[in-house]
Write a protein that binds this ligand. Sequence first.
Ligand code: FPP
Length: 254
Amino acid sequence: MFKWGLRKTEKPHDAVERLEGNLPRHVAIIMDGNGRWAERRGLPRFVGHRAGMKTVREIIRAAREIGIEVLTLYAFSTENWKRPREEVDFLMRLPQEYLLTDLPELIENNVRVCVLGDVNGLPRHTLEAVERAMRETAHNTGMVVNFALNYGSRAEITHAVRRIAEEVKAGRLDPADIDENRVAAALFTADLPDPDLLIRTSGELRISNFLLWQIAYTELWFTEVCWPDFTVAHFHEALRDYQSRTRRYGAVKP
Ligand code: FPP
């Protein structure tokens, strides 16, 4: 199962030493499989989401130790509102619950918390928790943790197109000057490098409206493991696989 000989018992710092060189700057994760993880154990789905929050904590710590610059976690999509009311309510409490306990650790470790998505659509208590975290970590210069909340890539691109169209309408922008950089600058991720590595757990092989523009040349890594069972060893496995890849961006190998 662990292709590179990493075992669950391996101490994270041993593995960190062996991960040096050619690391992704930006890792994005579709944290899937919480519900199935719970259902397979005869438990309600929310138990899977709570277990998933513990994995979030461990992977944030591991990413920081390894030296990842940006970690983007897909925590709630624009489509997730279609879920039963109680599940949505539970998911909307998780950022608050996580930040209540972990914000001091993030601050101490110089981590900056950001949110990607339409924050205006979030319930007030969720918004207050994430805004406080963003405010209190705004000057931190270490790893950036992006929680994608009420995020959908098509909505993000639509929003960007509208912003650009308004610039044109106001006479401040010539359509001939609209290039890829201009579009990228109008996205929520304007200040971030594109993801180098995208991980999706739970065996689903799709992108689910996540960072569609930004992952044009991202390396993809899928695992059957459901998010609550995803360990630091699995994370290292993904990073090692990334390290072995050759990125050509449409060109030929030098
Ligand atoms: C997808 O699994 C997962 C989600 C919609 C929620 C992800 C949220 C967390 C992992 C916790 C977030 C924590 C913080 C601190 C923001 P699913 O429910 O679709 O699983 P299924 O496909 O098996 O039903």
